[in-house]
Write a protein that binds this ligand. Structure first.
Ligand code: DCP
Ligand code: MG
Length: 408
């Protein structure tokens, strides 16, 4: 017999190596060894696709109104209205620096000849249903993250195609043929890498990151691309000399946890290409929120209120994006010693307006007692959504740049 596959010894636990050595001594002829994966090696058998529509709302508008094609188009609040924000911008508008969640006024300053239109959610919802129907031709393991984005597990695809790259191509083609829209796809062995991959060749992109290139890919990835790494954490990492995945990989797990809290465990695994989260077809949004870690600990109520106002705006935008209203508002406070508390308030009917979110969060904050405290993180989330039309993602699936807590 011959060895089918040998994993590097670093993947094996010490007892495993010892047991093998003993086996080798006792076996003649040489043994047949298949070392199963340990916690320290990536699970390479899954085939995961992440699909994300390109400039979704704007592309739909350009498709339906030929006069918008080739023009800088902004979908969202109108610049003359109060507090309008950009939902998305066409690629032509992005050249001027216009981005989602920016105020529409700022967008107009950046590009005075941009066209501004209000979103047509009913149309986006229809398109979303159609792309999900396309996905379902290949698998039932579909986890939508928002109207324009989903994970698909095609390890055992319905049509026995076998190749995830081929399936991604077929899906992209069907979206083009049937909807006259483009999507980008990322293909890999886990959700994290597939999601990053789909962003690499946008628009109309397809990127495959296979098992043999995954560790290398993670090593060269800038730290800000890592899930859960926001601006402050990225800055802290850089101060510590951590710029890329390779730098993170040199850290002990315990040190990562010491410096970054629970998410340190996730960093430790993900730089090794390990992300065993399953594609969850029936996942419901349980909560949606945002949080921020500060460069300096906050000590006064004024500082905390100012930060809560900013976080409330982000939460409000996300609620609008996913068309959600919640009955419960939760405040999360993490102190300088990582001790964490949550406080919440529930309402008789679901809410999503900015005023209520920021006011409630500030009231809850004041009630925690802020004398003699040092606050390193604040977060606001909404939950208790009830039956609502769009059941999308919870905050644990947001992309790079968002600072969110992970269940590991
Ligand atoms: N959206 C929103 N508010 C945000 C972000 C997004 O209303 N802060 C809406 C508009 C987007 C849609 O959600 O069209 C999908 O979000 P994406 O992040 O996927 O952005 P796009 O599809 O617009 O662009 P990209 O090509 O970068 O995916
Ligand atoms: Mg998109």
């Amino acid at each position: 017999m011959e060895a089918v596959r040998a994993y590097p010894a670093t993947f094996c636990s010490i007892p495993t190596i010892a047991a093998l050595a003993q086996l080798q001594q006792t076996c003649n002829p040489p043994i047949f060894v298949l070392i199963t994966m340990t916690e320290q090696s990536p699970n390479t058998h899954r085939k995961i696709i992440h699909i994300d529509m390109d400039a979704f709302y704007a592309s739909v508008e350009q498709r339906d109104f030929p006069e918008y094609r080739g023009k800088p188009l902004v979908v969202g609040g109108l610049p003359e209205g109060r507090g309008g924000v950009v939902a998305t911008a066409s690629y032509e508008a992005r050249k001027f620096g216009i981005r989602s969640a920016m105020s529409s006024k700022k967008a107009l300053q950046l590009c005075p000849h941009a066209l501004f239109v209000r979103p047509r959610f009913n149309v986006y919802r229809e398109v979303s249903q159609h792309i999900r129907e396309i996905f379902s031709r290949y698998t039932d393991l579909i986890e939508p993250l928002s109207l324009d984005e989903a994970f698909l597990d095609v390890t055992n695809d319905k049509q026995d195609i076998g190749s995830a790259i081929e399936i991604a191509k077929l899906i992209k083609q069907a979206i083009k043929d049937e909807l006259q829209l483009t999507a980008s796809a990322g293909v890999s062995i886990n959700k994290f890498v597939a999601k990053i991959a789909s962003d690499i060749n946008k628009p109309d992109g397809l990127k495959f990151i296979g098992p043999s290139s995954i560790e290398n890919f993670m090593e060269q990835l800038p730290v800000e691309k890592f899930f859960g790494v926001g601006k402050v954490t990225a800055q802290k990492m850089k101060q510590m000399g951590l710029h890329t995945g390779a730098d993170l990989k040199r850290m002990e797990e315990s040190d990562l946890v010491k410096h970054f809290g629970k998410v340190g465990k996730f960093y430790y695994q993900i730089v090794r290409g390990i992300d065993n989260r399953e594609v969850q077809p029936h996942r419901e949004t349980k909560s949606l929120g945002a949080e921020d870690t500060f460069a300096y600990d906050l000590t006064t109520l004024e500082e905390m209120e100012a930060e809560l106002d900013k976080i409330a705006i982000t939460v409000h935008n996300r609620l609008l994006k996913y068309e959600l209203k919640g009955r419960t508002i939760t405040l999360k406070v993490k102190y300088h010693d990582f001790k964490q508390i949550t406080r919440n308030q529930s309402f008789p009917t679901p809410v999503n307006d900015l005023e209520t979110i920021s006011h409630t969060a500030k009231q809850l904050m004041a009630a925690t007692g802020v004398d003699d405290v040092k606050v390193r993180l604040l977060g606001i989330s909404l939950s208790n959504f009830g039956e609502l039309p769009v059941k999308q993602r919870d905050d644990k699936e947001l992309g790079p740049g968002d600072q969110l807590e992970l269940e590991l």
